[in-house]
Ligand binder design. Structure first.
Ligand code: F6P
Length: 342
């Protein structure tokens, strides 16, 4: 078979490890051929390809980003997008596609599978908000980066008797904030799933100062105050209709400074959370996802997404992964609340 591979959406540590797993097993065990599509769905849409064989995947296991490039292209927003993809796949002699992506990229894959394209999905996102899989790769790396930042911020916050606010990624789901906050011993964690009361946050912060420590507040970029408006950097939307976030940390610093009389500063971790080499956990998960995805293609088991359940890699219908986002359940937040303000 001739198999196309693409990576779409925000890049994520572990993408290259998936590509390597797919190609290594696909060539050496099954004897398939591969075509790399550049920049997500833009590749098949515009026929942008690059060679993808054993040689091209040598040395990429620890490398961040994606050797194929990425974009947030939504075929269903482009005139004749689907027809153009089908024509290009036929023209290039591509029998099947492996799409590695998050909610948006795999959302497109789900619709294409319904329209008869042979596609298998691999779930990727640092946000860990795809349904049907216990974890997505990239999440563990992002959490470790944020945890390390929090560890470092504790000592400087204490030296200067300041509140330090760490803004992490997470537009609709606060998994990174929750895990990094728990692992890093944050004083307060604020998630998009639950609007926060800024006066309550100020009380937690004051309590922490009373204990002669300085507070670290971890806030997800999509968190909002009670009855407040989401804080937007600008109103630009991407082709999947998402706004660019950023700003809640700064807003919170101003509020906390005014309410507590103590200096408050914000650190926005931003794309640092997505860059660089994956953790061992993410390398192993990505590799196992890649191996399972090529098995699925080889068996003609299309319209599926590979997923982690416990310690097993399973295959589920794509729609199970993309139909609804996996947000943080209230009980998980309640667990963390024990540490707030103490
Ligand atoms: O979906 C992954 C993610 O990193 C989100 O956490 C974040 O909101 C978004 O991508 C940022 O996207 P971009 O890099 O395109 O601004």
């Amino acid at each position: 078979m001739r198999i196309g591979v693409l990576t779409g959406g925000g890049d994520c540590p572990g993408l290259n490890a998936v590509i390597r797993g797919v190609v290594r097993k696909g060539v050496t065990v099954y004897g398939h051929e591969f075509v790399g599509f550049r920049d997500g769905w833009k590749g098949p849409l515009e026929g942008l390809t690059k060679p993808l064989g054993i040689q091209e995947v040598r040395g990429i296991l620890p490398r961040g980003g994606t050797i194929l490039g990425s974009s947030r292209t939504n075929l269903f927003k482009i005139e004749n997008g689907v027809e153009r993809v089908k024509e290009n796949l036929a023209g290039l002699g591509v029998d099947a596609l492996i799409a590695i992506g998050g909610e948006d990229t795999l959302g497109v894959a789900t619709k294409l599978a319904d329209l008869g394209v042979n596609v298998v999905g691999v779930p990727k996102t640092i946000d860990n908000d795809l349904n049907g899989t216990d974890y997505t790769f990239g999440f563990d790396t992002a959490v470790n980066i944020a945890m390390e930042a929090i560890d470092r911020l504790h000592t400087t916050a204490e030296s200067h008797h300041r509140t330090l606010i760490v803004e992490v990624m997470g537009r609709h789901a606060g998994w990174i904030a929750l895990h990094a906050g728990l692992a890093g011993g944050a004083n307060v964690i604020l998630l998009p799933e639950r609007n926060f009361d800024v006066d309550q946050v100020a009380t937690y912060v004051e309590k922490r100062f009373q204990h002669e420590y300085a507070p670290i507040v971890v806030v997800a970029e999509g968190a909002q105050p009670l009855e407040g408006q989401m804080v937007l950097q600008n109103q630009e939307l991407d082709s999947f209709g998402h706004v660019r976030l950023g700003g809640i940390g700064q807003w919170l610093a101003e509020q906390l400074e005014a309410k507590t009389g103590k200096e408050a500063r914000t650190v926005v971790l931003g794309h640092i959370q997505r860059g660089g080499t994956p953790t061992a956990f993410d390398r192993v998960l990505s590799t196992r996802f890649g191996l399972s995805a090529i098995d699925a293609v080889n068996e003609g088991d299309f319209g599926k997404m590979v997923a982690l359940r416990g310690t097993d890699i399973v295959r589920i219908p794509l729609i199970e992964g993309t139909g609804e986002l996996k947000t943080v359940p209230l009980e998980r937040y309640t667990e963390a609340e024990v540490f707030f303000g103490s």
